[in-house]
Design a protein around this ligand. Structure first.
Ligand SMILES: C[S@@+](CC[C@H](N)C(=O)[O-])C[C@H]1O[C@@H](n2cnc3c(N)ncnc32)[C@H](O)[C@@H]1O
Length: 313
């Protein structure tokens, strides 16, 4: 469960914000969601993965057949599902809770009193339920919203089971008619109608997709016009000293994974998948390519991770 109060309040500015950009096009819709002043930002080209072909892709640093990657990622998350919190705490020194809290607070989700319609949320790659439950809790506490709906979708049934177990243990959102747990590939979301969702969230999930651009195109498809794409993901560290420290940390992480969870390979994959993920500007370009406008991002903790967003106009 996300902490209700922020134990890191004093160091929050250091841990969280290190840069913030939002492009100006479609600013009116964006301002529905964000009150900060827009800044114009440039969009350099996407990294070219020259070592990939139409039939192969990366699994961490290895080149594997595209058809195999999904299975291999499935194996990683089935393997870590029951120790999911431990994995996140080890990988982020516990800061992932702070990042997730900030992600939800910045989104400020919930049906406003002036609106007649409930909001339809979808949390993709949301197996643990962390973000989905956090959003529903926030909407209830801040906006007394107990009508909006949530689809929690994940490709991995073991991760979804973990989320359902948490809902049951915590006595909320289990067997709740507003909440659906669905096994779905985020690249396709076959069971989700086009133009049906108000807010699409994805947290620490999209870097595991075989085809990230397909996932972004699908996010665009399922959102209603005016809907918001909102993503939390590891990103590129923008501070040299911090980057050096992270490189050292990344070397020992798989060893810690082996000691704590008897699982060297999954932790090795997680480190490599972070290293391969596009930097802030390149990911922003991919979001724009999917059709989103008012695209922007906020780097957190020197760029260790970032929140990206875009609006479907
Ligand atoms: C690191 S976990 C993140 C879980 C949760 N969103 C959070 O922030 O705690 C990554 C999740 O992405 C899911 N995933 C990987 N590839 C996926 C895909 N193509 N479609 C849907 N989910 C996927 C995994 O099964 C796993 O549950």
């Amino acid at each position: 469960m996300l902490p209700r109060c922020n134990p890191f309040l004093g160091i929050r500015p250091l841990l969280l914000k290190s840069s913030y950009t939002i492009s100006v096009s479609g600013a009116t819709s964006a301002q529905r969601w964000f009150s900060q002043s827009p800044l114009i930002s440039s969009t350099p080209p996407i990294d070219q993965n020259n070592d990939e072909t139409a039939t192969t892709t990366h699994f961490g640093s290895k080149i594997v057949p595209k058809l195999e990657k999904e299975k291999m990622v499935g194996h990683v998350f089935s393997s870590v599902a029951s120790k999911y919190d431990l994995m996140n705490d080890v990988m982020s020194l516990g800061i992932h809770r702070l990042w997730k809290n900030h992600f939800i607070n910045k989104l400020d989700p919930g049906k406003r009193l002036t609106s007649k319609q409930p909001l339809n949320f979808i949390d993709v790659a949301g197996g643990s339920g962390d973000i989905a439950f956090g959003i529903l809790d926030y909407a209830k506490e801040k906006y007394h919203d107990q009508v909006s709906t949530m689809d929690i979708v994940d490709i991995n049934p073991d991760m979804l089971k973990e989320g359902e177990k948490r809902a049951l243990d915590q006595g909320r959102y289990y067997n709740d008619p507003r909440v659906r747990f669905m096994v779905q590939d985020g690249e396709k979301l076959d069971a989700i109608e086009s133009n049906s969702k108000d807010i699409y969230t994805i947290s620490f999930g999209i870097r595991n997709f075989t085809d990230i651009q397909a996932g972004l195109n699908t996010a665009y498809r399922v959102l209603k016009p005016g809907g918001l794409f909102y993503c939390l993901e590891f990103s590129k560290i923008e501070n040299d000293l911090m980057d050096l420290a992270y490189q050292q940390w990344a070397k020992i992480l798989p060893v810690m994974g082996s000691v704590i969870a008897n699982d060297f390979d999954s932790y090795q994959y997680l480190v490599e998948s972070i290293e391969r993920f596009p930097n802030q500007e390149n990911f922003k370009t991919m979001i724009e390519k999917a059709g989103f406008q008012s695209v922007g991002y906020e780097s957190l903790t020197f760029g260790i991770c970032a929140i990206h967003w875009g609006v479907k106009i």
